[in-house]
Write a protein that binds this ligand. Sequence first.
Ligand code: F6P
Length: 334
Amino acid sequence: MTIKNIAVLTSGGDAPGMNAAIRAVVLAAHHYALPTIGFFSGYNGLIEASSTLLTPASVNGIIHRGGTILKSARCPAMLTEQGLKSAAATLRKEQIDALIVIGGDGSFNGLLALNKYWSGAIIGIPGTIDNDIDGTDFTIGFSTAVNTGIEAIDKIRDTAEAFERIFIVEVMGRRSGHITFNVGIASAAEQILSFENFSQADEQEKLSHLAKEIKQAQHNRHASYIIVIAENLWPGGAVQLAKQLKQTANIDCTACILGYIQRGGSPVAKDRILATKMGVAAVQALIAGKSNVMIGERNNQLLTVPLDVAVQHKEKVSESLVSAQENILGLTAQ
Ligand code: F6P
């Protein structure tokens, strides 16, 4: 199929670098003399036919901006036949031949479902702070989120040192520990608690182990103690863990939930560059006649991964990262 009109949208949790990806798509499409339509607010923009023509001027001065100029949303209507049909109807009406979606696996599932009602070409660009997409070493936004987490913990560390206080810092990541492990290791956290090294059945055991480790650290006058914990891991999260440590071992901890600061902010160089490479590659893939693929990067090489493969599994946290933490765990407390 010859591509004449490209559409792009951002969907799911916004991630720093999404704007850089939009910019790259628009500029690359312009280079190949293809117009780009941007749909607003994720798939809602398709359902509600809310769009704008994106020109090189519209993407000027956005590479450094967090969020997304196209806005984003999670769109439950894409789980319904009616929603999918309306989205497909808009694409037909606007004579779109190819749709590029920048988002996570939920957004890619929406794209695959849409393709049953609309036969244009589809390409996914992985944009999520969670880094949990199979088929790529890094997703757009992950590096910035990790750096934000590290900066925040470096600051928390100052108070932790000054007051000899224990902090439990909860980071985002949905149900995977990429952010948790990377932030934990880079900020020299005394403990990292994530899906990869904890299961619900171990809760009591982990609690008493933690209490023992903290008491040992206090005994050794280790000034600060930081536990980095993944969101959605501990029932009740960091606040509940702090309560349990108080109740079971009389340990005072301060819970701190980093939350949405990890999703915002100006993208770091790595995300801007990754987003630019992926945006250009997405347009080139379309011109080469590809469809139903996600643009990924493995070992610094761009590649295309079938979309249905990309959504099948979550990208695992590297074993070397988990094992690095296991092998230094506790050493700081001695
Ligand atoms: O997927 C990105 C993410 O920030 C996750 O880390 C987090 O669990 C989720 O989105 C929060 O989603 P929402 O903003 O829709 O509540």
